[in-house]
Design a protein around this ligand. Structure first.
Ligand code: SF4
Length: 385
């Protein structure tokens, strides 16, 4: 393998990006072993098979017990995350919804909801229905966004049959107070994680990188908290400034700092699967972030940018591709992790060919779009004055 800077230059979709040389040196240091990597993407159609669903949306829908309502209205989300989910505002609704989605072929769901003012999702009345769902459809997997819990609630979740428990771990008090508007402490987050990991559930904490208005603040503390409780996997997502209001704006996090954090996360959690979820800012920041994630050694990545499969293969990483979208957010891949057949080994030449073809098609489309505008057609865009 050549020097990593040369490898980066060889990957066409990365050629306009400027990387942090010191960080590249750090990530490429001898002794930093790179595990295999699984990419979750719906774009490599030729790898779709009957065993693997095309898209996680129908296979793993997200269901919200509060519909689009959330009392917290955190500054980075404003409850927008809940809006597109399927509402199930009563246990009866949940039962009907699950029966419907099972009939449509769903393998599981993400069960979530808006928080109360204490960052708890009030599932109390739902546990008997969740138990009934698991008894009636034992193969149907449930990943639950738990929010903050104590031991008793964590045990109720496990007794109800929840397969995977997910929660955001926040490591800075200022972020809890200012971004989440919460009167809870960092210790509350650690205690919740401790309570969850003491149960039989697979626990998959998330760290939202850049949660403090786009700055990294409590991420390293959150990482230490996660490391103390040995979860099944850690999902990293990067905050997207799009949902924030104008009065409390977010910036896109600095991609190089995010890359440093990925390197630290890999070093601290050397034996824990590390996954990059689909949420991250778009554009060149995303390509930088993704490239750093590949170089840092994440085990899985949802919706990789162009060039990532090629980069991973050029770095001699064992590459697998699972043709699914959204699955990291909903836990599908985490629950499949013990399955030796999860993901398909890829043919690098074929993947690179497909990526190049897709880029060419995008370029042609862009040129075609410009021609249409010059010709006076298709002026229905946002600035079509
Ligand atoms: S508690 Fe969750 S759903 Fe509610 S606004 Fe905050 S991040 Fe969004």
């Amino acid at each position: 393998m050549g020097a990593w800077s040369e490898i980066l230059e060889a990957v066409e979709p990365l050629e306009d990006l400027v990387f942090d040389k010191g960080l590249i040196e750090r990530l490429s240091a001898p002794g930093r072993a790179l595990p295999g990597i699984n990419f979750y993407t719906p774009t490599f159609k030729s790898y779709a098979s009957s065993e693997i669903k095309d898209c996680g949306r129908s296979a793993w829908p997200a269901v919200s017990i509060t519909g689009g309502d959330c009392k917290l209205n955190c500054d980075h989300c404003k409850a927008k995350i809940l809006e597109p989910m399927m509402p199930a505002r009563t246990p009866e609704d949940l039962w009907r919804t699950v029966n419907d989605i099972v009939a449509q072929g769903a393998g599981g769901m993400l069960l979530t909801g808006g928080s109360n003012h204490r960052n708890e999702v009030e599932y109390d009345t739902y546990y008997p229905t969740i138990r009934r769902i698991k008894d009636e459809f034992p193969q149907f997997r449930i990943a639950m966004h738990t929010a903050l819990v104590d031991e008793a609630i964590a045990l109720r979740m496990a007794d109800a049959g929840i397969d995977a428990a997910m929660m955001d771990v926040i490591g800075a008090q200022d972020t809890i107070t200012q971004v989440y508007h919460l009167r809870r402490s960092v210790d509350d987050f650690e205690r919740a994680l401790e309570a969850l990991t003491a149960t039989s559930m697979k626990v998959v904490p998330h760290i939202v990188v850049g949660l403090h208005y786009g700055q990294l603040l409590g991420e390293w503390n959150a990482l230490d908290i996660v490391a103390r409780h040995k979860p099944a996997a850690l999902v990293l997502v990067v905050v997207m400034p799009t949902y924030a209001s104008e009065s409390r704006p977010f910036v896109a996090p600095d991609a190089h700092e995010v890359g440093q954090f990925f390197g630290d996360a890999r070093d601290v959690l050397s034996d824990t699967p590390l996954l990059l979820g689909c949420a991250r800012p778009a554009g060149s920041v995303k390509r930088l972030i993704d490239a750093y994630a590949v170089m840092a050694g994440v085990d899985g990545m949802a919706h990789p940018s162009d060039g990532m499969v090629e980069l991973a293969a050029r770095l001699d990483r064992r590459v697998r591709v699972t043709p699914a979208c959204c699955s990291i957010a909903v836990g599908d891949e985490v629950l499949a992790m013990d399955d030796a057949n999860a993901g398909l080994e890829i043919d690098l030449a074929e993947i690179v060919r497909q990526e190049r073809e897709r880029r060419e098609a995008q370029k042609r489309q862009a040129v075609f779009g410009r021609v249409k505008v010059i010709g006076g057609e298709g002026r229905s865009g946002c600035c079509g004055a």
